[in-house]
Ligand binder design. Structure first.
Ligand code: ZN
Length: 275
């Protein structure tokens, strides 16, 4: 059994605010890296017990150099560093039996610990008209390869966001959101137990959880935080700009095209200052 882990940071056990996820923020970031590695290890260990023979771990936060390689489970192959054409999902293809999303968070504009979608420039992101966050975008990407996302870990609200898109998905809830930067966190021991239990449950249900699919080619739409960002991102060939809503649309011909184009638009938009 071949398993793909995409490991983000905002939904990791014990992490509640920016000091844990920003490399420039200080001592808590070093603790956050350890928490992230511990969460990944719990999932890897349980996956092996459930029969996984190959495990790829894609570090999926910021510059994607957060997981402590020297402390990662010996059976986990670590995909670290950036840039990557398919970012959080780089390396996934149709050879995988399942994907598990660890340390994920809710989408931009809704409650949840450190909620956002990809970067600060996105107000709303849509796939074929359906609003999605990183969970949904990456799940549709996996679905294009016919790979099911069988487990998500994070706060109680990303668990709900995930279940809306993928009924039956296993959810490891390691904290309860109190505000965008506060949460009631399980202890290390309890969080590890939750991650292991839900990983085993998820991998026992492969075949019962359908990949998240939609009609292809996929229509991606990005509503930007302000119009200057949308106007800059509209440089991307093939994009269509709807001025009334500040939204760029694009028809992606394959999953690589989908991810690369989204990243190109975000990188262009990121260079535009509001004032
Ligand atoms: Zn992140």
């Amino acid at each position: 059994m071949k398993v793909f882990l995409s490991v983000d940071m905002e939904g990791i056990s014990g992490i509640v605010d920016n000091t844990y996820i920003n490399p420039d923020a200080g001592v808590n970031y070093q603790r956050g890296r350890k928490f992230m590695t511990d969460d990944a290890n719990a999932v890897i260990e349980a996956a092996i017990e459930a029969g996984a023979t190959e495990i790829v771990v894609a570090d999926s936060h910021n510059t994607m150099n957060n997981i402590l390689w020297e402390s990662l489970h010996p059976k986990g192959k670590l995909l670290a560093g950036s840039p990557r054409n398919s970012s959080m999902m780089q390396g996934l293809d149709e050879s995988f039996d399942a994907a598990l999303f660890v340390g994920y968070h809710t989408r931009q504009g809704v409650p949840g610990v450190l909620s956002h979608t990809m970067s600060g420039v996105i107000r709303n992101l849509y796939i074929n008209g359906r609003v999605v966050g990183e969970f949904g975008f990456n799940a549709y990407y996996a679905g294009w390869f016919n790979v099911p996302v069988v487990m998500v870990s994070g706060d109680d609200l990303i668990a709900e966001e995930a279940k809306d898109l993928i009924p039956g998905i296993s959810t490891a809830v390691v904290k309860k959101a109190v505000s965008r930067t506060a949460a009631l966190c399980l202890s290390r021991e309890e969080a590890t137990a939750e991650l292991k239990q839900k990983t085993k449950l998820a991998l026992s249900k492969i075949g019962q959880i359908a990949p998240l699919t939609t009609t292809v080619p996929m229509e991606m739409a990005i509503q930007f935080a302000h119009t200057g960002q949308a106007e800059m991102a509209a440089i991307v060939p093939g994009s269509r700009y709807e001025t009334e809503t500040g939204t760029l649309s694009y028809t992606a011909q394959d999953p690589h095209d989908l991810y690369k184009t989204m990243r190109a638009m975000l990188n262009l938009a990121a260079g535009v200052e509001f004032f």
